[in-house]
Design a protein around this ligand. Structure first.
Ligand code: G1P
Ligand code: ZN
Length: 541
């Protein structure tokens, strides 16, 4: 066993995006690609000498090999300890919890989230800081700078380390502690939620369907929902993680989790349906006969939070990403608490959570979470909903109808144009950006523009400014269009068009119908068809 110093050169394209570095698996497997990036993380954070790190991933293809590399590189650079999930598995929220609970200095999460996995799929590496959350922009900037200067990396030459058995071993001077990936997380959930009320609900015949989408949440969902809470065996489906997610797309939305949605809309639907993504931080909530948008889910959780023991004292504040609908804003207003609008990406919530300014956070992209960890948390959101239903003894459909009656309904949809020519997508954004100042007061597709800007965020805690975070155009009456380019895609550009309108009377419309004018306005403003060469979006959620 010896430490090797390997000469290398900067590799282009190692700039972390919305959520770490995400590339196709073949790209990640290229010579030195992973090693360069890991060494650049070490270099960007001031080294790992004497530090304790957490390591785990969502189990996709290359997870096993990459975790061996991370361990060998951590040991070679003098880390004191790495706490790693058994078989190198950890859901993203479980990793965040472990970093916090064990007071680690940071962690490496191997995941490309909801992107497909497998030899031709995607892979990703994310660095989380000591608060358990994704590295903020000032840290990712240092990591990126390090990728551009790298000239060598350090790695231990050794046999593969056995990660299948729980316990401790050493690699050079570093301790490797293999832990049960589920235990600490399950314990945290038990502290937050009323497990007795949930057990009673399941004992009373409440029927649940949880689709783990062949991804990492399967073991977590089985252990908590079936084993601890008594949901009927088989309530968790697709619960065995596989390296290519059963050749599926582990993204919990009505497109990729269609079989679940179909079942929930069918004649013998269970009481509650839910799904989670590749690394377990996203969630989809479906009631019998009703799909709940993530924006509405955040609002409903905020409105009912005090029914959950962990939030019985009330919420300090709420936060949503800018493109997320404003449904939660009205709940915050009625609760008399602050509501923050942040750029897309969970890393922007970290400061607000750390400072005790926000308790609940959410994104329209199926992400909901709270100050219990510093990542969004799929299974936590499911338990939150179940806890509310158990306390209110009400169906999801009735709960939402009641919510909309009280607060009004924000009809919402996101239209994605994927794999668009990057130049054309940038030109579309640039062209619109150049016209923003002239838009207020003009009429577009029958709607009057009241405000138009390119969203810039001034972090209220550390004062940092993040500019160019998406174009937002508001219309008279509360409707809104937001356009931005994805920061997680791996092929070409993905244009996301977020559409929203508010109704206080017509509460039972089809979302696309309710949004027809806003959709027409977006097209007229941005000439999406002409500029992308697409007649319709690839994905509508
Ligand atoms: C997408 C979502 C965003 C989420 C991120 C990571 O990023 O839109 O809300 O935080 O994935 O899960 P995007 O591809 O839009 O940059
Ligand atoms: Zn995810």
């Amino acid at each position: 066993m010896s430490i090797q110093t390997v000469a290398t050169q900067p590799i282009a394209g190692q700039k972390p995006g919305t959520s770490g570095l995400r590339k196709t698996t073949p790209e990640f497997q290229k010579h030195h690609f992973l090693e360069n990036f890991i060494q650049s993380i070490w270099n960007g954070i001031g080294g790992v000498q004497g530090k304790t790190l957490v390591l785990g991933g969502d189990g996709r293809h290359f997870n096993t090999e990459a975790s061996q590399v991370v361990l060998r590189m951590a040991a070679a650079s003098g880390a004191a300890k790495v706490i790693v999930g058994q078989n190198a598995l950890l859901s993203t929220p479980a990793a965040s919890n472990l970093i916090r609970k064990r007071k680690a200095d940071g962690g490496i999460i191997l995941s490309a989230s909801h992107n497909p996995g497998g030899p031709e799929g995607d892979f990703g590496v994310k660095y989380n800081t000591a608060n358990g959350g994704p590295a903020p922009e000032n840290v990712t900037a240092k990591i990126y700078a390090a990728t551009q200067q790298i000239s060598e990396y350090l790695i231990y030459e050794t046999q593969d380390i056995d990660l299948s058995a729980i316990g401790e071993s050493t690699l050079g001077g570093m301790t490797i502690e293999v832990v049960d990936p589920v235990a600490d997380y399950a314990e945290l959930m038990e502290q937050i939620f009323d497990f007795e009320a949930l057990k009673a609900m399941f004992a009373g015949g409440f029927r649940l369907r949880f689709d783990a989408m062949h991804a990492v949440t399967g073991p977590y969902a089985k252990a908590i929902l079936e084993d601890r809470l008594g949901a009927a065996p088989g309530s968790v489906i697709n619960g065995v993680p596989s390296t290519d997610f059963g050749k599926g797309h582990p993204d919990p939305n009505p497109i990729w989790a269609k079989p679940l949605v179909d079942e929930m809309m069918g004649p013998d639907a269970p009481d509650f349906g839910a799904a989670s993504d590749g690394d377990g931080d996203r969630n989809m909530i479906v009631g019998r006969g009703i799909y709940v948008t993530p924006s509405d889910s955040l609002a409903a959780l905020a409105a009912n939070a005090t029914l959950v023991p962990g939030y019985a004292g009330g919420l300090k504040g709420v936060a949503r990403s800018m493109p997320t609908s404003k449904a939660v804003d009205r709940v915050a207003e009625s609760l008399g608490i602050e509501c923050f609008e942040t750029p897309t990406g969970w890393k922007f919530f970290g400061n607000l959570l750390d400072a005790g300014r926000a308790t609940l956070c959410g994104e329209e992209s199926a992400g909901t979470g709270s100050d219990h960890v510093r990542e969004k948390d799929g299974l936590w959101a499911v338990l939150f909903w179940l806890n509310i239903l158990a306390k209110r003894q009400i169906s999801v459909a009735d709960l939402m109808a009641d919510h909309w009656k009280t607060y009004g309904r924000n009809y919402y949809s996101r239209h994605d144009y994927e794999g668009v020519d990057a130049e054309a997508a940038n030109a579309l954004m640039d062209n619109l950006r150049a016209r923003l100042a002239d838009l207020p007061g003009t009429s577009v597709a029958g709607l009057t523009v009241t405000a138009a800007d390119d969203f810039a965020y001034d972090d209220p805690i550390d004062g940092s400014r993040s500019a160019k975070q998406g174009i937002r155009i508001s219309f008279d009456g509360g409707a809104r269009v937001v356009l931005r380019l994805s920061g997680t895609g791996t092929v070409g550009a993905t244009l996301r068009v977020y559409l929203e309108t508010v109704e206080t009377e017509a509460l039972d419309m089809d979302a696309q119908a309710a949004l027809s004018k806003v959709i027409a306005a977006a097209e007229e403003l941005a000439q999406i068809k002409a500029r992308t060469g697409r007649n319709e979006p690839d994905v509508i959620t």
